[in-house]
Design a protein. Structure first.
Lengths: 94, 537
């Protein structure tokens, strides 16, 4: 049942992704100097989400995996988002 | 212990196989999934009896009002230790680690799990975590007195061994994650040729859904317990309102894991029952796809209902409404399974052997546990019985009546395959009857006591509750005597029982097509799957 084919990613692509990740890390630190009130955590989570997406897609080769595997990993993120959202149903109305 | 029906000179069972090491080392360093399963079985059985003795001590204390055999602080320690041992060391790993390890690869036609060394490492991590948990009870600050839920803010302030106990739970969580990961990869990558997802037996389906929960939910409790440790050591203020923290956040994080953990306990139990019922009715399982997908649905929706443990915590009303709605939704896939089991039995050639008796008891007790769960899912009734003996009864009907009886069903079903020996049926039936009566006598009165207002985790009570408490305690002693008889019968079966044929129950799934006990490689050659696993008709 196994699909043992592997994909070799070009160094140029990996370098570009690394640069984008470094920029996003810089951005994460930079935005803390602004008072974004309730959106502070939201912005931090959004940037972290983009970084995770890039790491999963390129460094962990998810972009080149089967559709089933990509769907399964996507479900994990949807689940995480739902858990955060539902928790905030409590905090928003308390 | 060579197999008595298969005439193969080369056949050597996994119990007799000579590997790299000898004696004890051939077990504790074994990477064979079947040996690791037995390692888990012996460890978990030992912990279960320790937990049961602690439970019995609680029942002795509650046999009369006032101080009977122990001080209040000792009682607090004992119910906490009972909970930690039973939850983290028995029921969460129980079915998955023992029967999942032994039978998942065989049921999907594989030689072993995907990562055998990781599997052994998971067992060692489990043992290390268990030693830490037990040690936390004997260190100088005394056993933790928080209950197994470690609720903040009390757990951040009590002077007992909370840090060690939570570290133990953290370590045990790693074992659970690694086992879940191993099983997921095994199911995705190692199914026999021709075995699609929808002709895989239903126990592996249940293990598959369970493994997702283990993989995704367990890290959350790990982080939560680390936050608690950090709070105690450094006063960070995650949960302390004086420092800007929120104690309800702990409950959210704790139950985001611990409610799905209930499904880690019960989903494999449902898988076991789904294997046993078609075999002892000699009927194709009714609603195969519905049962398979309901496991996934329970795992999915089960992630989103944690708040029903927190209706009285001070959570917002909107959240209570939302969690109540989802709790009723999660009952649907559970009910689908029950209806399908009953439909499978309908017009079947029912054979009342011990595994089937335990399986039917499971359905009966699970229905009581499940329907009282709906009563707790409704906010209005929940606030009346929250933190009363009603919760204790409901919880034990689900966990012991569900997971526990399924475990006993599984051991009676698969023991002939695991050891190649058969136990005494008459003694097994008597033990089942004693356990069933004792269980109901122990826990059913607690529904009534809870309705009448008897709080849970209380060392003392008003005289009006004594009748119920005495009946409950008598039930506890009957239950334990039944358990002793059951274990005696199984041990005698393994040591002196008649050799078992390869397929004593006329089962149709793959484990019954190989010798008892299986060889180290399980199959001489990989089986090719061409039909439904429950093809009796």
């Amino acid at each position: 049942m196994a699909n043992n084919s592997s994909h070799i990613t070009d160094y140029k692509v990996l370098t570009r992704v690394l640069l984008v990740l470094m920029f996003l890390t810089f951005l994460t630190i930079s935005v803390t100097s602004y008072n974004l009130a309730a959106f502070t955590v939201t912005i931090a989570l959004l940037i972290a989400g983009v970084k995770s997406f890039l790491v999963l897609s390129y460094f962990m080769h998810l972009k080149y995996e089967s559709l089933l595997l990509r769907i399964l990993v996507s479900i994990v993120f949807v689940l995480f988002a739902l858990i955060v959202l539902i928790t905030f149903i409590d905090y928003s109305y308390r | 212990m060579t197999h008595n029906t298969v005439d193969k000179i080369e056949y050597v069972s996994f119990l007799e196989h000579k590997g790299k090491y000898k004696g004890l080392f051939s077990w504790i360093f074994a990477t064979d999934h079947k040996r690791i399963a037995l390692l888990y079985l012996y460890a978990i059985a030992t912990f279960f009896f320790v937990g049961a003795i602690l439970g019995l001590l609680m029942r002795l204390e509650l046999i009369a009002p006032g101080e009977t055999i122990m001080k209040p602080q000792t009682y607090n320690g004992i119910f906490t230790v009972h909970g930690i041992i039973m939850i983290f060391m028995v029921v969460i790993p129980g079915l998955s680690a023992v029967f999942g390890n032994f039978f998942l690869p065989i049921l999907i036609g594989a030689k072993d799990v995907a990562f055998p060394k990781l599997n052994l490492f998971s067992w060692w991590v489990f043992i290390f975590g268990s030693v830490l948990a037990v040690a936390s009870q004997f260190m100088k600050d005394g056993p933790p007195d928080t209950g197994w839920t470690f609720y903040a803010p009390y757990s951040t302030a009590t002077g007992t061994n909370v840090i060690m106990a939570t570290t133990a739970a953290f370590v045990l969580g790693f074992s659970s994650i690694l086992t879940g990961l191993n099983f997921l990869v095994t199911i995705h990558q190692m199914r026999a040729p021709g075995m699609k997802f929808f002709n895989m037996p239903l126990f592996p389906w249940a293990i598959y859904a369970t493994a997702w929960i283990q993989l995704l939910a367990t890290p959350i409790i790990g982080i939560t317990l680390l936050m608690l440790i950090a709070e105690r050591l450094f006063g960070i203020g995650f949960f302390d309102p004086n420092l800007g923290g929120d104690p309800i956040l702990f409950q959210h994080l704790f139950w985001i894991y611990s409610h799905p953990a209930v499904y880690v306990m019960i989903l494999p139990a449902m898988g076991v029952i789904t294997e046993i019922i078609p075999t002892f009715c000699q009927r194709r399982v009714y609603g195969y796809k519905a049962i398979a997908l309901s496991s996934v649905a329970i795992a999915g929706v089960g992630f989103l209902v944690w708040g029903h443990h927190m209706y009285t915590s001070g959570m917002s009303n909107q959240a209570r409404w939302f969690f109540s709605l989802l709790t009723f939704v999660v009952a649907v896939p559970s009910a689908i399974k029950v209806f399908n089991w009953l439909s499978t039995m309908y017009k079947g050639s029912i054979d009342l052997k011990p595994p089937f008796l335990y399986a039917v008891s499971f359905i009966f007790l699970f229905i009581i546990g499940g329907t009282t769960g709906l009563l707790l899912g409704s906010v209005a009734t929940n606030v009346q019985v929250h933190d009363t003996a009603f919760i204790v009864a409901h919880f034990h009907y689900i966990i012991f009546g569900g997971m526990g009886f399924a475990f006993f069903a599984a051991i009676h079903y698969w023991l002939p395959k695991m050891y190649g020996k058969m136990y005494n049926f008459k003694r097994a039936n008597i033990a089942w009857a004693i356990i069933f009566v004792g269980f109901n006598l122990l826990y059913f009165p607690q529904f009534i006591l809870g309705f009448q207002g008897m709080p849970r985790r209380y060392f003392d009570y008003l005289p009006q509750f004594q009748t119920g408490e005495v009946i409950s305690s008598i039930g506890g002693f009957i239950l334990v005597s039944g358990l002793i008889l059951m274990v005696y019968n199984l041990v005698m079966g393994v040591r002196k029982g008649e050799p078992s044929p390869a397929n004593p129950w006329n089962g149709s799934t793959l484990e019954w097509q190989i010798p008892s006990p299986p060889s180290i490689e399980n199959f001489d050659e990989a089986p090719v799957i061409k039909k439904n696993p429950y093809d009796y008709n």
